[in-house]
Design a binder for this molecule. Structure first.
Ligand SMILES: [Zn+2]
Length: 344
């Protein structure tokens, strides 16, 4: 399917990606791992969970839903398990009682075939929305969170991953996806590696003809700022609620769309619609409303599901307040889905 222009309400609302797994799915996964259920039951369970998540997004009024990454235990592991050349040694502790099965690259990496296309096709088949979001972990973050036991350097590994991710994004494009988000939470953690990390991301999106967003979170955006123009993506989805919207000036001069994080995913207190509206009015000092998407800071995965649901609802209600003002003041009611590298 080719790119097409889709109309969206002004200030389109979306999610970053992950969403709490329903309690029953977590129980099912435990049972599956313990051998109480068969692999053939898993597809049905994950599909049902995606339907539930999309329904939550739709009831909240989110314009661009995701599948909540229901099928992914962890954002690096999921891809490492599907790319040839990785091996898992065992869990390493990342923080508190959270463990991460850190993958190791032990031989040349090879693309085995689509990793997220079936996820996308199922999501599209159950979502009412014309546009859905598919997330892919970026080459730098996969390289940074893996042991490199094969390539000469981390840089070489990241570029190999970029070639593979490029094929994956093109497979999604071929399948009809319109909007892919590359997740790079690790991007700014080693400022001395930024130059080639940015080139690796550009390699991953080379020749792609659909909308690509880049999500970077809990980062020092001053490290990212010099690369706003150079990164060949059409949108940056960044986190601001967690910072109390204090450092908005860091997006001054951004000539791309902003996915504006208005919901704090690390706090169970549910924002009010008025707080959301206030934050959106504030960011419009720096970004034209035509170039603004509204989303939570990050994935909602770690929140209780009822809190995640309530936060999305507040996000949408708050956005609607500002939409009314925009319609009245500027006559702006709709925007089109854009893949342009600059905005406006
Ligand atoms: Zn994030």
């Amino acid at each position: 399917m080719a790119w097409r222009e889709v109309k969206l309400p002004a200030l389109p609302t979306t999610v970053i990606g992950s969403y709490p797994r329903p309690k029953w799915l977590r129980e099912f996964i435990k049972g599956l791992k313990a051998g109480r259920y068969k692999e053939k039951h898993a597809k049905e369970a994950f599909d049902d969970a995606v339907v539930a998540v999309v329904r939550d997004h739709e009831v909240a009024g989110v314009d661009i839903p995701s599948d909540g990454e229901m099928r992914r235990d962890e954002m690096v592991e999921y891809f490492a398990e599907r790319i040839e050349g990785f091996k898992f040694y065992g869990p390493v502790r990342v923080w508190g009682n959270h463990y991460f099965r850190k993958p190791a690259v032990v031989k040349p990496l090879k693309y085995r075939g689509p990793m997220t296309v079936d996820e996308f096709l199922f999501l599209r088949s159950v979502a009412k929305a014309e546009v859905v979001k598919v997330t892919i972990t970026g080459p730098y973050t996969i390289a940074d969170w893996s042991f490199n036991e094969y390539y000469e350097s981390k840089e070489e590994l990241a570029f190999e991953l970029a070639r593979i991710i490029n094929r994956e994004i093109k497979a999604l494009e071929e399948a009809g996806a319109l909007y892919v988000q590359v997740d790079e939470p690790a991007l700014t953690t080693h400022p001395d590696e930024m130059e080639w990390a940015v080139q690796a991301i550009n390699k991953a999106v080379e020749g792609v003809n659909i909308k690509v967003g880049l999500h970077v979170c809990y980062s020092d955006y001053r490290v990212l700022k010099p690369y706003y123009d150079e990164l060949r993506v059409s949108q940056f989805a960044l986190e601001f609620a967690n910072r109390g919207f204090r450092d908005l000036a860091v997006i001054k001069g951004l000539s791309k769309e902003l996915g504006f994080g208005v919901i704090d995913v690390h706090n169970r207190r549910v924002e009010t619609p008025e707080e959301v509206a206030k934050a959106i009015r504030k960011v419009m000092r720096y970004v034209e409303p035509e170039c603004l998407y509204i989303n939570p800071d990050c994935g909602l995965k770690l929140l209780p599901r009822d809190v995640a649901r309530a936060k999305l609802k507040a996000m949408v209600e708050g956005t609607k307040i500002v939409r009314k003002e925009l319609a009245r003041r500027k006559g702006l009611e709709e925007v089109v889905l854009r893949k342009d590298l600059t905005c406006p």
